[in-house]
Ligand binder design. Structure first.
Ligand code: BTN
Length: 272
């Protein structure tokens, strides 16, 4: 049996202070989100990472499914953040993934708000942040990342329309272990910065391609169209509606479509 992606990654050395000091690998599991939360309840230290080769019950934002076939990258990271840092974990992960893709695949991704990692308008990676609260206390937060490395997007019409993979976009076989190593190292550096008061938002804004675009957002069944004017220091989107009102939108349960010309028909998003 070939060495696991984690064994391969550790061979090259993982140079981090917090993230990845404890790592678990599963050949197959339900969801690394659940494994990490369970490990947190059992006392896992901050920075614990769960990596899986396949997942049978993986989830994306808004309860969407996330295709989890072999050959891609699926992992979750445990945090015990200060309250102010909680909304910044997802942007932090987006920056780490964008930087690592650029280094390992030689591609220049962009981020579609709130946190879809895109190449040439197609989604290549997704980020899911979940937290457990007890009253106003944060018990823990889990940030899950899925990257399409070798995903056969042509296998599913809906996915083919909206997603791509790093192998397909780069034209060569991406070293998954190296990609994982780089993402974790960037997350670690960005998290140490965040703890020292340096937010990832300014760099995140530079990777975002949503600003300045006309977008349509759907929120609790209501639809608003307008200009994506800016993001605030928490990563919320400031939308100038066509009626001139400035709305502050939190990622939570929002679906966003880019809408530069005419209103687009609804498309399946977030499918891996
Ligand atoms: C999105 O909707 O874009 C977020 C997708 C997040 C998928 C990852 S794969 C690893 C982790 N485990 C899950 O069940 N989901 C996340």
């Amino acid at each position: 049996m070939p060495p696991s992606i984690v064994a391969q990654m550790l061979r090259s050395g993982l140079y981090t202070a917090v993230i990845g000091r404890s790592v678990r690998f599963y050949q197959s599991t339900g969801s690394t989100m659940d494994d990490t939360a369970e490990w947190a309840r059992d006392g896992a230290e901050e920075g614990a990472v769960v990596v899986a080769e396949t997942q049978s019950a993986s989830r994306g934002r808004l309860g969407r499914r996330w295709v989890s076939d072999e050959g891609n990258l699926y992992f979750s990271v445990l945090f015990h953040p200060e309250p102010d840092a909680l909304p910044l974990l997802s942007p932090l992960a987006g920056v780490a993934v964008a930087r690592a893709i650029r280094q390992v695949a030689g591609l220049y991704p962009s981020i579609k708000w709130p946190n879809d990692i895109m190449i040439d308008g197609r989604k290549v990676a997704g980020i899911l942040a979940e937290s457990a609260l007890s009253g106003s206390q944060i018990q823990h937060a889990v940030v899950g990342i899925g990257v399409n490395v070798a995903l056969d997007v042509s296998a599913d019409l809906e996915i083919a329309a909206t997603a791509t993979s790093l192998n397909r976009a780069s034209g060569f076989e991406i070293d998954r272990a190296e990609l994982l190593r780089r993402i974790l190292q960037h997350m670690d550096a960005l998290y140490l910065d965040l703890r020292r008061g340096r937010s990832p938002i300014s760099e995140w804004r530079r990777w975002l391609d949503t600003l300045g675009q006309r977008v349509t957002v759907t929120h609790h069944g209501a639809t608003e169209t307008g200009l994506a004017e800016d993001i605030d220091e928490h990563g919320n989107l400031m939308l100038r509606t066509d009626a001139g009102e400035l709305l502050t939108l939190t990622a939570g349960d929002i679906t966003l479509r880019t809408n530069n010309t005419v209103p687009l028909p609804a498309v399946g998003e977030g499918l891996g």
